[in-house]
Ligand binder design. Structure first.
Ligand SMILES: C[S@@+](CC[C@H](N)C(=O)[O-])C[C@H]1O[C@@H](n2cnc3c(N)ncnc32)[C@H](O)[C@@H]1O
Length: 290
């Protein structure tokens, strides 16, 4: 597949992000893989509805037309080398780990911006307070990679010398959208159950939630991305999974019984290869570890 850097303005990245957000977990995993290198919140891609809400707010509040808004932050992008039109306003979600240097750069270059920012630490740097205005909203936005991030904004669009402010209306709108996204995600999530020989992060989350102690040791599992049965239909295990030995699978079954029953499920079958791997793993999984 083509790489994002072919398009200097990042348009291809944002087009593909839009497509991937409408797809299944495998499409999203492929998309995120392709967007490497990545670093936790630095790679929280913004859901389209959230971006639209923020862009609309910037137009309403500061009179910035949509055509002036630019998005210089995307995989392999270089915001310093980006070609900013003279009346550009950056409305984008930047990598949070370098947000101070970004604000400093825009202040020096006199470029206007309204940037997503980590809410609780949005006044942790002097340069923000001196050159911009922080808006700690604390909106918990579910980003496209599934992470929920406590989000605020930093802008130099405010007139006067305000350097810190609340924005109750924007908070309300973003929280409403966050709720909508959570509901849509729940509706879209396929209700699969996996055989006892497979365990996933989502499954173990349920054990944590329902108070079931559970652990898997490294030597009795193998990390897999999808089952062969899923490959045939272009699906994958969301976030990957672990293929377990017989004994570890029995332990997982016991944990499952102790936790709440999962609803309406598709039972995936293990392939011959997976069964052979289980056999091999089981041979290593003896009582004395020999
Ligand atoms: C939090 S993500 C948001 C992506 C996109 N702006 C969005 O709203 O969905 C930040 C993006 O900035 C990219 N990035 C990291 N360093 C950058 C730089 N120096 N210049 C431009 N983009 C960069 C990261 O690869 C990542 O894709």
């Amino acid at each position: 597949m083509a790489q994002f850097e072919e398009h200097a303005d990042g348009q291809m990245f944002f087009d593909e992000l839009l497509k991937a957000q409408g797809g299944d977990s495998k499409a999203y995993e492929d998309f995120v893989d392709k967007s490497k290198p990545k670093k936790t919140t630095d790679d929280c891609f913004t859901p389209v509805k959230v971006y639209e809400c923020v862009a609309e707010w910037v137009t309403e509040k500061y009179g910035v037309e949509r055509s002036r808004m630019v998005r210089p932050f995307y995989p392999n992008g270089d915001y310093e080398a980006y070609n900013y039109p003279s009346d550009a306003v950056v409305v984008d979600n930047p990598p949070f780990s370098i947000i101070t240097q970004i604000v400093r750069f825009y202040a020096r270059q006199r470029i206007k911006f309204f940037l997503f920012a980590p809410s609780l630490t949005c006044i942790s740097s002097e340069v923000t307070v001196e050159t911009a205005c922080a808006i700690p909203l604390g909106a918990t936005i579910p980003y496209a990679n599934g992470a929920e991030v406590n989000t605020g904004f930093i802008t130099n669009l405010e007139s006067g010398d305000v350097c810190l402010k609340s924005e109750p209306e924007l908070f309300k709108r973003l929280e409403a959208i966050a709720d909508e996204i959570r509901k849509d995600t729940k509706k879209q999530l396929p209700k699969y159950t996996y055989p006892d020989h497979i365990v996933t992060a989502a499954i173990v989350q349920q054990y944590s939630k329902y108070g079931v102690p559970y652990a898997v040791s490294r030597k009795v599992c193998k990390r897999i991305r999808e089952l062969h049965a899923q490959q045939e239909v272009g699906k994958a295990i969301f976030g990957g999974g672990l293929l377990l030995s017989d004994k570890a699978a029995a332990e997982r079954a016991a944990a499952e019984r102790a936790a709440a029953e999962r609803a309406a499920a598709t039972q995936w079958k293990l392939s011959k290869w997976e069964l052979d791997e289980v056999k091999r793993l089981s041979e290593n999984d003896t009582e004395d570890g020999t």
